[in-house]
Ligand binder design. Structure first.
Ligand code: SAM
Ligand code: DTB
Ligand code: SF4
Length: 320
């Protein structure tokens, strides 16, 4: 761990052009730099969560004015899956504001949702809080591809953000996911008042998981009124770009996801994040409960990565 941590810190402090150059080289060695995976999120159970994560609008500890709702029925989820698929999403991610999964009819319903997403020939990912070995096994049997469970920040900073569960609780759930043969999706949030050292420590924790997570979401805090982090200072987008670049170098094969917070990023900052190694975004107007860029803005963003304008048209001819 110490070796990886000092490597992360050395990388994070590099001159930006050197860091970007190295990250992009690693990116090209392991990924097609033109391919950005499109994912869609759906909150299948919203709000009323017993955990006290300081960033989260869904925690029952804070008054955030959120419309709570119980578990969606299969028909509602099916409509969202069809819609996501017709909008070109390849992966469908479902999130529930639970501390942990309870066996019973609701878990059975989630199992049916996973089977339905697989029936639509999409990658299926869920995030349902803590889970046991046998629950992970059932999700695997239903065809689940990935389970999202974030470490969120460094071990040191974690207790400032969440007090209702420990870092090791998180790591234990990740072990159950791995044991069941499900891909691990695990990342964190930046912009919660953590230091660059904490960001490096988070990336080192992730990179030390063995095997490394297949998927690493990097979220920028969306400050939510009513939560303890409502007044957090916005982070410089170049710090996000550095975080992504270090993630890419330390975890060369993982899919690094430019996740929450894109609404406050310019097109250019997002393009830089792709250059640094991010290769996935969430599409659609809403994440779980917070806004995401409008679909036409995202179309323009992805279009800007394709070929430049043709130079042999009428203008070029007139100049000849
Ligand atoms: N309850 C489950 C859990 O915590 O694992 C799943 C849902 S939870 C909303 C999924 C992730 O969303 C969190 O781990 C956190 O990284 C991210 N998240 C939640 N609120 C956020 C916010 N305001 N800004 C950025 N990311 C956020
Ligand atoms: C993750 O790391 N980011 C996504 C996904 N995993 C589930 C969720 C972002 C949630 C942003 C806040 C909201 O919409 O409530
Ligand atoms: Fe929000 Fe998940 Fe924390 Fe619950 S466990 S408060 S849903 S981040």
């Amino acid at each position: 761990m110490n070796e990886i941590l000092s490597r992360a810190e050395t990388l994070y402090q590099k001159p930006l052009m050197d860091l970007l150059f190295e990250a992009h080289q690693v990116h090209r060695t392991h990924h097609d730099p033109h391919e950005i995976q499109r994912c869609t999120l759906l909150s299948i159970k919203t709000g009323g969560c017993p955990e006290n994560c300081s960033y989260c609008p869904q925690s029952a500890h804070y008054e955030t004015g959120l419309d709570r709702h119980g578990l969606l029925d299969l028909g509602e989820v099916k409509a969202a899956v069809q819609n996501a698929k017709s909008n070109g999403a390849q992966r469908f991610c479902m999130g529930a504001a639970w501390r942990s999964i309870k066996d019973g009819p609701e878990f059975d319903q989630v199992i049916d949702m996973v089977k339905m997403v697989k029936g639509a020939e999409m990658e299926a990912c869920v995030t349902l809080g803590m889970l046991t070995d046998s629950q992970a096994q059932r999700l695997k049997e239903a065809g689940l591809d990935a389970y999202n469970h974030n470490l969120d920040t460094s071990r040191e900073y974690y207790s400032k953000i969440i007090q209702t569960r420990t870092y090791d609780d998180r790591l234990n759930t990740l072990k159950s996911v791995r044991k069941a043969g499900i891909s691990v999706c695990c990342g964190g949030i930046i912009g919660m008042g953590e230091s660059p050292k904490d960001r490096c420590a988070l990336l080192a924790e992730l990179a030390c998981l063995d095997p490394q997570p297949e998927s690493v979401p990097i979220n920028m805090l969306i400050p939510v009124e009513g939560t303890p982090l409502a007044e957090s200072q916005a982070i410089d987008p170049l710090e996000l770009v550095r975080t992504i670049a270090v993630a890419r170098i330390l975890m060369p094969k993982s899919r690094v996801r430019l996740s929450a917070g894109r609404v406050s990023l310019s097109k250019e900052a997002q393009v830089l994040a792709f250059f640094a190694g991010a290769n996935s975004i969430f599409l659609g107007e809403k994440l779980l409960t917070r806004p995401n860029p409008a679909p036409d803005a995202d179309e323009a963003l992805l279009e800007s990565l394709r070929s430049g304008p043709r130079l042999d048209g009428p203008v070029a001819a007139a100049l000849a």
